[in-house]
Ligand binder design. Structure first.
Ligand code: PMP
Ligand code: GLN
Length: 391
């Protein structure tokens, strides 16, 4: 076998999803909605698949034309830059493949990529498979007097980040809102990262798959919208997260054409394109959202409003059984053992937060576990029953 597969063979989602299935556990582990996508997009999908032969055949390699047009129209307004649908967008097989194309196309043997911890686990193996070296910088819980209660209390030190740059630094990877802790970076924090990227002529790969999931008035800001950042930022998005349809596997990367060009090279020689009908449905979804944007009819308002209630429901349940929720994680004495014990004995699956850390730092964060609340109320009730029995 090829040596690039060494050391990247373990995958937390493969492992824990199997465990949850084996033990028929209530699954608050893997982050996917157990409810249906909104009606309008389901209907768009049905219409696409019954709409004649072309929806069942290949489409444009770099993105189905209606989809790149609607993404360009929708996001130009948000990023404050005229996005060219043909040059500046690559539609991919989920955000996973957008990330893969970015690392493969932009990272050379020996390049360093700074990753902010905790991070979505695939960044590290993807950097490694591209021949790069992952360099970590942690978000640290603010050492305030009281308890750390919110993900906003996890901060990135400007000095610490600055100290990680070397002449080999190719890119910084951020994820806002962050998986697993839900932190939404403030404009000042993004500006600090942007200043360092510009100073060191580094790229920024910004994973924004949860861009609509903000609560309590927090506002998601795109780092690509800051001065001087459009031409060095690759913004990654996911229709799976956006429209609660993770199985459709439609994602995208948006960046300047001179960067996307190289990502297209990887894409055309690996998957070529993703499912035509799913792209067509997502295009219709964005057309609709463009029209209702900012109104209560918008799914991008309805989804967070619904999840906000679910978050509070789960948080008060965790509190009442003696766990300390840090929206959206909870603190226990030993995360990994707790998670395993819970699946095996109590039938409730969660995810240890240590899985989102590099081996060097995972120990420090072993006392946290992640509960996903993008679930039906009945699923959350079942989890609550289990937690009450345990406590
Ligand atoms: N980035 C983050 C932060 C994620 O949580 C996920 C998983 N949903 C992805 C990327 C991959 O997204 P997709 O399912 O669209 O491939
Ligand atoms: N992104 C999802 C999560 O954070 C799961 C990804 C996967 O299952 N591969 O839970």
């Amino acid at each position: 076998h090829a040596s690039r597969t060494d050391g990247v063979d373990k995958n937390v989602w493969v492992e824990f999803t199997q465990l949850a299935a084996d033990y028929k556990a209530v699954n608050l582990g893997q982050g996917f909605p157990d409810f249906s996508p909104p009606k309008f997009i389901q209907e768009a999908f049905c219409k696409a698949v019954s709409g004649g032969p072309i929806m069942h055949q290949y489409t444009r390699a770099f993105g189905h034309p209606p989809l790149v047009r609607s993404l360009a129209k929708f996001f130009s307004r948000i990023v404050g830059h005229e996005i060219d649908p043909l040059e500046d967008i690559l539609v991919t097989v989920g955000a996973y493949q957008a990330l893969f194309c970015a690392f493969q196309a932009l990272v050379n043997e020996g390049d360093e990529v700074i990753i902010v911890e905790p991070f979505f686990d695939c960044y590290q193996p993807m950097v490694k498979m591209a021949g790069g070296k992952a360099v970590y910088v942690p978000l640290r819980p603010k050492a305030a007097s009281g308890a750390v209660l919110s993900s906003g209390d996890w901060v990135l030190s400007a000095e610490e980040l600055a100290s990680k740059f070397t002449p080999r630094t190719k890119a910084v990877v951020i994820n806002t809102p962050n998986n697993p802790i839900g932190k939404v970076y403030k404009t000042e924090e993004l500006q600090m990262i942007a200043d360092l990227c510009i100073k060191h002529d580094a790229l920024c790969i910004s994973d924004e798959v949860y861009e609509w999931l903000t609560y309590d008035g927090a506002k998601h800001v795109k780092i690509a919208s800051l001065p001087g950042m459009w031409e060095r930022t690759i913004t990654v998005g996911s229709a799976g997260k956006t429209f609660s349809a993770t199985g459709w596997k439609v994602g995208w990367a948006i960046s300047s054409g001179h960067i996307v060009k190289h990502m297209k090279t990887i894409h055309q020689n690996t998957v070529y394109h993703c499912a035509t009908a799913a792209q067509e449905a997502v295009a219709q979804g964005f057309e609709r959202e463009y029209e209702v944007f900012g109104s209560p009819e918008s799914y991008f308002q309805q989804l967070p409003a619904m999840l906000h209630l679910k978050r509070n429901k789960l948080a008060s349940c965790l509190e009442s059984v003696g766990l300390q929720p840090i929206i959206t994680c909870a603190s226990v004495s030993d995360g990994k053992s707790f998670v395993l014990l819970f699946v095996l004995w109590f039938g409730l699956a969660t995810i240890p937060v240590s899985a989102f850390y590099s081996p060097e730092h995972s120990k420090e964060f072993d006392k946290y576990i992640r509960f996903c609340f993008v679930k039906e109320d009945s699923t959350l009730d079942a989890a609550e029953d289990i937690l009450r029995k345990w406590s």
